[in-house]
Design a protein around this ligand. Structure first.
Ligand code: BV8
Length: 237
């Protein structure tokens, strides 16, 4: 049975472009991480198996920079929308900028840089903030600590709960993503056909999701404008 759409529920689906104006690099833009590094040699289980110290150093540097970064106007506007309606953030990002801006419902699909985990079958997680992990630093079960992120070839997390929220949201904002990575990008097929659907990015994704309005520009400029419009419309209900 088609879930009932909730007109005053907003879901935000975010990618690396949302954090670009906080000074964090994206992945596939000209100066993106995967244009200057090999994802296979740094963000895959094979890389961890063959050169764990190189992978660990790559993520230690990114973790420190992500923890030093500040939420931008887009993160803050998304968090402020919670005063007007239910807001669920579904993010591909591994930084903690949504939470640090004040968002309270944040679903991470690709893990979180600020956390470490063991490498056993049932790993324990440890909050690091911006701290480094050293080789030889182990989980309480004795296994080496690694970044708690999802590498290529590892299972994307929280897909079912993310899909459930997208199915009944009345407002969906997709921001700062090229929609290149699957299965995360496929979640947008779950959006209710009657929901308001906006995609904000600096370039139109090759695979635009159906019936989304595309707004070309910077998130820190366009997201607060859209959120202001949504808030005004909701506050008169
Ligand atoms: C898996 C965490 C199987 C680590 C990342 C079909 C189905 C399933 C899988 C696949 C499939 N086809 C291919 C695959 C394999 C692969 C994949 O998708 N490859 C792609 C590249 C072809 N997927 C996987 O491996 C996934 N796992 O399938 O496992 C499995 C199943 C069961 C059991 C076991 C295994 C896992 C993928 C997750 C990889 N981890 N990150 C880390 O960060 O180091 S991926 C990485 O890409 C980040 O998470 C990132 O968020 C994500 C998506 O990138 P974007 O966020 O979109 O960033 P991008 O740079 O691409 O775009 C930036 C956008 O922002 C642009 O549009 C730009 O215009 C815009 N922008 C820039 N500045 C601004 C802006 N917009 C507004 N304002 C600005 N200022």
């Amino acid at each position: 049975m088609k879930p009932k759409m909730q007109p005053d529920k907003a879901v935000i689906f975010s990618g690396a472009g949302l954090s670009a104006e906080s000074g964090l690099p994206t992945f596939r833009d000209a100066d993106g991480l995967w244009n200057n590094h090999s994802w296979f040699e740094l963000a895959s289980p094979q890389a961890w198996a063959s050169q764990p110290e190189v992978v660990q150093a790559f993520y230690n540097e990114r973790r420190h920079k992500a923890w030093e970064a500040q939420p931008n106007a887009a993160h803050l506007a998304i968090a402020a929308l919670e005063a007007t309606c239910e807001v669920v953030v579904i993010t591909q990002n591994v930084d903690a900028l949504h939470e640090r801006a004040g968002s309270t419902q944040v679903i991470h699909l690709h893990g979180e840089l600020a956390w470490a985990r063991g490498t056993s079958a049932e790993p324990k997680r440890y909050h690091l903030g911006g701290e480094s992990i050293a080789m030889g630093q182990c989980c309480e079960d004795g296994t080496q600590l690694r970044p708690d992120v999802v590498w290529f070839g590892e299972q994307t997390r929280n897909m079912d709960v993310a899909r459930r929220h997208l199915r009944n949201a009345g407002k969906v904002l997709v921001v700062g993503t090229s929609l290149t990575v699957h299965p995360a990008a496929s979640l947008l097929g779950a959006v209710h056909y009657m929901a308001q659907k906006v995609l904000i990015a600096k370039e139109r994704p090759e695979a635009m999701p159906p019936r989304f309005h595309f707004a070309c520009g910077n998130a820190a400029t366009l997201v607060p404008r859209l959120i202001q419009r949504w808030s005004s419309a909701l506050s008169c209900i």
